[in-house]
Design a protein around this ligand. Structure first.
Ligand code: FES
Length: 256
């Protein structure tokens, strides 16, 4: 095994992660998160340690670590702050927030403040468009942000104030969050709401109208058989089709 700067307890935990899986290499992603929790980034030593434990080449591990954006090759600050600048968030104010934060923090994209507290990055759609514009702190949601609330957020983080995600737990440091992603829970999983009101609007409408999910074997209905709601949709479509046909026939009669 190649010499590494990671101490024995970290190597033990890396092996513990690998042992969770029937195929040890399936543990590579959480192992890289553990490396980040200890080293503050994916280091060459961390790559080599993963490679040795998983009997892979360093090039193979490096290929994975450089493919996913959650793995960082440069040191990350205490808090990783992301601003969604994908289409919907951008037009709702994400671009303005990102510009304001770059100016306020005096950093560019993927750069860390001089005090080492905040790394700023723009992120792609977080599947939270109903709360646009969205920010992330260590990948926890901060919803419906404005340039002013974004500045307040990073100021609070830098001053060490307690910050709570809009739909998640109290914010910990990025390294602590990385340890959770490696599969070592911090006990905060149940903090915060499971879902916000905008995400539940569709469910409310479906319940109001009696809509159900399509049949599956587990649902007890024959696969392929329409649910009652499917029947209603089909009936409605048939009525509309027949009305259109009648109207067309009437128009033809009138034209004669
Ligand atoms: S565009 Fe920002 S969460 Fe979808």
């Amino acid at each position: 095994m190649t010499a590494t700067s990671l101490d024995a307890s970290v190597l033990d935990e890396l092996r513990e992660i690998a042992a969770r899986y029937p195929e040890p290499r399936s543990g590579l992603l959480p192992m890289l998160h553990l490396v980040q929790s200890v080293e503050g980034r994916v280091t060459p030593e961390g790559i080599q340690a993963c490679a040795d434990i998983l009997d892979m080449s360093a090039a193979e591990v490096s290929g994975v670590a450089t493919f996913y954006t959650m793995y960082k090759r440069k040191p990350v600050g205490d808090y990783l702050v992301g601003v969604c600048t994908n289409t919907l968030c951008a037009v709702m104010g994400g671009d303005a927030i990102f510009e304001r934060l770059k100016d306020h923090l005096d950093v560019g994209n993927d750069e860390t403040t001089a005090d080492g507290k905040v790394t700023l990055e723009h992120v792609e759609c977080n599947a939270a468009c109903d709360y646009a514009p969205v920010m992330m702190v260590n990948w926890e949601f901060m919803d419906n942000m404005t340039p002013a609330s974004a500045v307040q957020l990073v100021d609070d983080l830098r001053e060490g104030k307690e910050v709570t995600s809009t739909r998640g737990p109290r914010i910990c440091t990025w390294r602590e969050a990385e340890r959770v992603l490696a599969g070592f829970p911090d006990g905060r999983v149940d903090e915060g709401p499971a879902a916000g009101a905008p995400s539940l609007v569709g469910l409310g409408i479906a319940r109001e109208r009696g809509w159900t999910a399509p049949a599956t074997e587990a649902s007890g209905r024959a696969v392929g058989a329409p649910a009652e709601s499917d029947d209603r949709v089909a009936e409605q479509a048939a009525v509309e089709e027949s009305t259109t046909a009648d109207e067309t026939a009437a128009e033809k009669d009138e034209a004669k």
